[in-house]
Design a protein around this ligand. Structure first.
Ligand SMILES: [Zn+2]
Length: 321
């Protein structure tokens, strides 16, 4: 489940202290690790270390999943955010993809835990690794702005998978209709920079991204969106390998799309509970929840914006998936 998996995900930065802690509960110093498998995806070197290899269906489906996930993120950003990545895979009882953690300070590194009985279908439908790889595209903006890093990862994961045909747009909009209310400010909220609850961090950050995407598209007559801004930020910064003030992140993004949307939205949301009428928002986008799915209407005022969000930008490099 998306919610419970996210709830248990621990997002840490790779400081020496953290690295030391990780080895207390995450490494198996007594076990000789198998030689890493090397992959090249979109010109990126990915080194895969299997801390455990006792998967019922072998490790080949896991290698394919890592490659596919990297391709999804590379397509969204028009190139993978880093040149080299280490992925360490551990097993756990049961099935499915469990949780991941992404580090940047000492080279791009993702630790991910997968159920021993994971199936190929579960790996095809997995969101966790795309989420983790998306973290690689944003500089480290500090713990008080974790909402931005998690919000982008939540928001981009769905859009990126739709853009390569891994999910349908209706499914992702259904998820957003169901989950965005968790990102709304509650009583006592002091703004995104000061309210570090789970809901505000993950879905408050995702709502910030959705609002920014719509507003950039509205102001540019749909010629650019948040994706263009995020590509520029990833390219200029080198992603999670660098530390940037959040203001610089937004300045680079705003410049790329020729608006001040990110700056303005951040100014409204950082120190105060920015309220959003979600029902009105879904209506303007032409998204009508229908049971477990959503109907998409073409006659809504922002229907073209809604559809453009889920389409790869025209200047994207053609890729095979
Ligand atoms: Zn995350």
């Amino acid at each position: 489940m998306r919610q419970s998996a996210m709830f248990f995900r621990i997002h840490l930065r790779a400081t020496a202290l953290v690295a030391a802690n990780l080895c207390i509960w995450g490494c198996s110093p007594g076990t000789a690790a198998a030689a890493p498998q090397l992959l090249e995806v979109d010109g990126v070197r990915i080194s895969i270390e299997f801390a455990d290899s006792d998967f019922t269906n072998g490790t080949a489906p896991l290698v394919a999943w890592i490659s596919r996930s990297a391709g999804i993120v590379a397509a969204y950003y028009d190139r993978f955010p880093v040149k080299e990545l280490r992925v360490r895979v551990s097993s756990q009882s049961g099935g499915g993809v469990r949780h991941g953690t992404t580090f940047g300070a000492q080279g791009a590194f993702i630790r991910i835990t997968v159920g021993r009985e994971v199936t190929a279908a579960e790996l095809i439908n997995d969101w966790v690794l795309v989420h983790e790889m998306t973290h690689l595209a944003l500089p480290d903006v500090g713990p008080e702005h974790l909402w931005l890093s998690e919000g982008i990862a939540v928001y981009v994961e769905g859009v990126a998978r739709v853009q390569v045909g891994n999910r349908s747009a209706a499914e992702v909009w259904t998820d957003e209709v169901r989950s965005m209310p968790r990102g709304l400010p509650q009583a006592g909220d002091a703004g995104l920079d000061h309210t570090h609850t789970w809901g505000r961090t993950y879905w408050g950050g995702a709502l910030f991204c959705l609002l920014a995407d719509i507003e950039i598209r509205r102001r540019t007559d749909n010629r650019a969106g948040l994706q263009t801004a995020l590509r520029a930020i990833a390219r200029a910064s080198g992603g999670l390998l660098s530390d940037w003030p959040i203001e610089r992140v937004f300045a680079v993004g705003d410049t790329a799309v020729g608006t001040t949307v990110l700056h303005d939205l951040y100014a409204s949301a950082k120190d105060a509970p920015l309220q959003t009428d979600l029902s009105a928002l879904w209506m303007s986008l032409g998204i009508e929840p229908e049971g477990d799915s959503a109907a998409l209407r073409s006659d809504a005022p922002f229907a073209k914006i809604r559809d453009a969000i889920m389409r790869a930008p025209l200047d994207s490099t053609p890729r095979e998936h």
